[in-house]
Write a protein that binds this ligand. Structure first.
Ligand code: FE2
Length: 294
């Protein structure tokens, strides 16, 4: 199966047309998509009309799908049946638009902070797949930052100083950054403990080093807490400078796939009091053999 690929940003972000994800993919096409994402970090597949089962099948070509973290929220009903699907929407469990005080909505505000998916888990998220279902008339873009280019643009001396650092990522920490957001409940604390990952990793496909950061990144191992916080804040601001960022404006039929090991992303605001924004997310885990510290 062939497709067309066009890069939309100077450094990264590819657009794929001419591929129908309702059809099963042969091995050659899966390899071609893998090469495309190794090079581009993010891919948008245009004009897809796929259901949840087809999204799961497509995701599973690239790794083991993770269960959504919402399955660990024992007090909260899920709208979607399959545990591998995350409901990225402003809809409640009955499909009605949520108001701003709904705790479910507060959980989702962390997606508006720059992050990589599942960096607080071990194994971490490899690829995420986000499929547009309903879109607001304006706003609600997803912004992406290219962490390979950010690394390349650092002076060699700075790269040497950062190369061997390890960082602790914590969902409790990032959730605490959102005012009014509920703390982790007992089940979340038990099932989603913090995890430590290298600050710099060589991407297994492209062989390019990348900064591995997220709003989940709380502390630097072996460094006084405040000193680590200063370093992480500085690196987050640096890596999300405009020259490393592409804003994806969603179109109906878009499925966006990104590599969490070479990019960060965040959701942008829209008129939540009037509009519905509904996307479906799946994430596959990185396997142990793919972990390559710099
Ligand atoms: Fe995300």
């Amino acid at each position: 199966m062939s497709f067309q690929l066009k890069q939309l940003h100077t450094h990264f972000f590819g657009e794929i047309t001419g591929l129908d994800l309702r059809q099963p993919l042969d091995e050659e096409t899966v390899q071609a998509v893998t090469s495309a994402i190794d090079k581009n970090g993010v891919l948008v597949f245009r004009d897809q009309q796929i259901g949840d089962d087809e999204q799961l099948r497509f995701s599973n070509y690239f790794g083991q799908t993770q269960r959504s973290i919402t399955v660990h929220r024992e007090q909260q009903a899920r709208r979607l049946g399959q545990e591998e699907l995350s409901d990225i929407s402003n809809l409640d469990e009955h499909g009605f638009r949520m108001d701003r005080t709904n705790p479910r909505r507060l959980y989702q505000l962390t997606t508006m902070l720059w992050h990589t998916d599942s960096s607080f888990r071990n194994p971490v998220g490899k690829y995420t797949f986000l499929c547009a279902k309903r879109l607001p008339a304006e706003g609600g873009n997803t912004e992406f930052a290219d962490m390979c280019s950010a690394w390349d643009a650092l002076p060699a001396e700075r790269q040497r100083a950062l190369r061997d650092l390890q960082v602790c990522h914590s969902l409790a920490y990032s959730r605490g950054l959102i005012e009014g957001s509920p703390p982790l409940d007992e089940s979340e604390r038990r099932n989603l403990p913090p995890s430590v990952h290298p600050l710099v990793r060589v991407h297994p496909g492209s062989k390019r080093p990348a900064l591995y950061l997220a709003s989940h990144a709380e502390s630097v191992v072996g460094m006084p807490y405040e000193e680590g916080r200063q370093l992480l804040d500085e690196l987050m601001a640096y890596a999300t400078r405009p020259e490393f960022v592409y804003a994806h404006v969603w179109r109906p039929g878009d499925l966006v796939m990104w590599d969490n090991r070479s990019t960060m992303h965040r959701a942008m605001p829209f008129d939540e009091d009037r509009c519905v924004r509904e996307l479906r997310r799946t994430t596959v885990s990185e396997s142990a053999v793919e972990l390559q510290p710099a």
